[in-house]
Design a protein around this ligand. Sequence first.
Ligand code: FCB
Length: 430
Amino acid sequence: MFLWGTATAAYQIEGAASEDGRAPSIWDTFSHEPGRTRDGHTGDVACDHYHRWAEDVALMAELGVNAYRFSLSWSRVQPDGVANPKGLDFYERLVDGLLAAGITPVPTLFHWDLPQAEQDRGGWLSRDTAHRFADYAALVAERLADRVAMWITLNEPFVHMAFGHALGMHAPGQALMVDALPVAHHQLLGHGLAVDALRAAGAEQVLITNNCTPVRPASDSAQDVAAAEAYDILHNRLFLEPLLLATYPDLSAYGPMDCVRDGDLAIIAAPLDGLGVNYYNPTRIAAPTEAGLPFADAGITGVPTTAFGWPVVPDGLRELLVGLRARYGPALPPIYITENGCSQPDVPGPDGAIDDQARIAFLDEHIQAVRRAQDEGVDVRGYFVWSLLDNFEWAEGYHQRFGLVHVDFETLRRTPKASYTWLKEFLAAC
Ligand code: FCB
């Protein structure tokens, strides 16, 4: 069965930040620090999904999706390192509600919201966090793996390393540049240890989700081509090669990965049942203009952009998928597009309706790109729209709307957009 779903993440939708024993995560800390997010927005309330989950499940049932990718808040489930039964109860209610509605639950264990207590012990710069992540995975799976077959360990470890630890625009707000590399290794090690823990508790399918981008050199010059290769290593290969080939690519442009110990790569390369791919846009790279990193972002011009300013290049998704298959061949597991979508202005009309034609075109063209990749032999088994609801878009707060369903952040009222109706009709005809 091809999975058609929507995707969300805990900190972006749940709210109820200090209810039922939840402890702060790094995103609570970060968003409450002055100047970190646009207009000081926080996820304290977000979409209040913690209380309105049944309404949100009903919206998905009406939409006709057969899968839902959500994430668990580690600090709700295991605040300060100790199991919180009330946190587990919430996810059990949600899973049971999804199953009753005929929707396959696809939980992600880590979507960037590390418990602050783990951060205080060193966070992902510390190897211990990988072991604690596996303990948390075991705890959750012991409660839910009898009903949840498919699991995703991490969401976009590249973005968490780059934005959270190298550049500092996401939590935990560290700007370590290349010294952030251990964050990649420890997340990957945590993934590998969690695969084992999940399977031991009965999980049938385990995936990881990476943010992947096809990288294009800005010109044919040797300098631009070399810079594009360097960027491809950092963004894509650093996170795929250990998983699929049990090896790191040549990282000499970035510095030594001296935190890797004997045996780690065998743990990281535990067989996967699928690879989650999040696709938003391709990347165009030129030779660096100043000392520092071995590349410069040349930007993509001449194409439409989203409200975020991200270039809209649907065929980049086909290019990415076909490229992954060419690069990894039989080592590439089945692919699930675990996020794809766009932010749009989404201003309600006088009658309150949101006529988001640009999102409809975006989704339609990207689904067609997936089909072209399938025609070229890529094994794609799922497609999840980011996102079900408008939500807390990290450093952008509530300013970027990605939902199929509009959320009024004053009243928390949900209003399906035109794209929701379009997708509903599309799915009914599938
Ligand atoms: C991805 C994140 C997701 C959301 C989208 C727009 O990188 O995984 O949480 O912010 O971007």
